[in-house]
Design a binder for this molecule. Structure first.
Ligand code: IFM
Length: 450
């Protein structure tokens, strides 16, 4: 496999998110976000870690931009910290916060790297959480106003926009399972958040279409899983279908089809947690035309009937003997092709960007200054081979972003899980190459298609 096997305009990138790398949590006017607050709860994150310092990217911007250039990517996916640019969450911009992203965007462009901005990667300003957060219907208007302000500031130079990153995690890990900020365990709250995220995506897309600088591309980023029944039994197939509704279709259908999956909506209604759809909402969903779908692919789910999930009545099992990452996620490159095929079958030929794909490993062997992460190198190579198979089948796959550029704050796992192409020594903030990063660099250095 060579770079020239892909189209000349294929987007090759790496991804990060603001709260996971920036640090400078309360500097230069940034207000607290829900993860600053959540991390203060005893036991919420491993060893009480938080993103207060993280990779100190806020103060090391130029060094990190140079890493991107050395890697040879032609695009970089970052997220904007809402509480840095708009500390109260509404209206008033923080000039220092805006200046930081101007330096980031201009620094990328000066290095020939296309900026790709995510509007929301899980770090709601705490002041908005105090007014109900995503559970409140007002959140749709808050997000639309914030999105418009970001387009005003940056849409002249940023031509790839992502609305929400992994709304399933925000809604369900944050409001039902309680493993993520704001740490709620309330089914009705999770369902309300699901709808408000989907609707706010649609409103932000509509705002972009109307914006004078809105001549780039915009779409959502979903974490999607091939759902594989654990056996041929009809009940396992039915459980896999329910799990698919819960994890995948509850977001895919509103974003790409403009409605909700009837079977999944019925399960929620039976649990006295109907989607809070108001007049005009479905029309707004249907009117929002995405330019692409961002797909975060990490692993498949093998599903059987069971009550591990009490509402959707399924359980998950892990195939024995398979390779697993440090997150205990199965390494399953074929799942990427399966997922992309399924998207084409069910949702048509929507252009697709793989907006995240990556793996955490122990990274224990360091020779000289280079982390010897053969496991990650193989992970990337085999997933790119799977991506190429999809391209050969005619699936309109247009880009790949590795997660992540740097080791960073892995949410409830703190700094214990390392996903980076570059190692970060958190005591010194020194960045070092990993051999996977060198492999990606060499792959990107090989000639592109004519
Ligand atoms: O670190 C996260 C990222 O914030 C969202 N997608 C999955 C990654 C790995 O867990």
């Amino acid at each position: 496999m060579k770079r020239s096997d892909f189209s000349a305009d294929f987007l090759w990138g790496a991804a990060t998110a603001a709260y996971q790398i920036e640090g400078a949590a309360l500097e230069d006017g940034r207000s607290a976000c829900i993860w600053d607050q959540f991390a203060t709860i005893p036991g919420a994150t491993r060893d009480g870690h938080s993103g207060a310092v993280a990779c100190d990217h806020y103060h090391r911007l130029d060094e990190d931009l140079d890493l991107l250039q050395a890697l040879g990517v032609n695009t970089y996916r970052f997220s904007i910290s809402w509480s840095r640019v708009m500390p109260s969450g509404q209206a008033t911009l923080n000039p220092a916060g805006v200046a930081f992203y101007n330096r980031l965007i201009d620094g990328l462009l000066a290095r020939g790297i296309q900026p790709a901005a995510t509007l929301y990667h899980w770090d709601l300003p705490q002041q908005l959480q105090d007014q109900g957060g995503w559970v409140a219907r007002d959140s749709v208007a808050w997000f639309e106003a914030y999105a418009k302000a970001m387009f005003d500031c940056f849409a002249d130079r940023v031509k790839i926009w992502f609305t929400h990153n992994e709304p399933w995690v925000v809604a369900w890990a944050g409001h039902y399972i309680g493993r993520h900020a704001p740490g709620m365990t309330d089914l009705n709250a999770a369902v309300r958040v699901t709808h408000h995220l989907n609707l706010s995506h649609a409103h932000a897309v509509a705002a972009y279409r109307q914006h004078p600088q809105g001549n780039g591309k915009i779409g959502a980023v979903l974490n999607l899983y091939p759902m594989v029944p654990a056996s041929e039994a009809a009940e396992d197939h039915a459980a896999a279908r329910r799990a698919d509704g819960y994890h995948n279709r509850l977001f895919l259908d509103p974003v790409l089809l403009g409605n909700y999956p009837a079977d999944t909506a019925a399960i929620l209604a039976q649990a006295n947690a109907a989607l809070p759809i108001e007049a005009g909402d479905l029309a707004a969903l249907a009117a929002a035309r995405s330019d692409f779908l961002g797909v975060n692919y990490y692993f498949r789910k093998v599903v059987l009937a069971g009550d591990a999930h009490p509402v959707f009545r399924f359980a998950e099992t892990k195939p024995p003997g398979a390779p697993y990452t440090a997150m205990d996620w199965e390494v399953w490159p074929d799942g990427l092709v399966d997922l992309l095929r399924r998207l084409r079958t069910d949702y048509g030929d929507m252009p697709i960007l793989i907006t995240e794909n990556g793996a955490a490993f122990a990274d224990e062997t360091i020779i000289g200054d280079v982390v010897q992460d053969e496991d990650r190198r193989e992970f990337v190579a085999t997933h790119l081979e799977a991506a190429l198979r999809a391209v050969h089948e005619g699936i309109p796959l247009q880009g790949y972003y590795y997660w992540s550029l740097l080791d960073n704050f892995e949410w409830a796992h703190g700094y214990h899980k390392r996903f980076g192409l570059f190692r970060v020594d958190y005591a010194t903030q020194k960045r070092s190459w990993k051999s996977s990063g060198q492999w990606y660099r060499d792959f990107l250095r090989s000639p592109a298609k004519d």
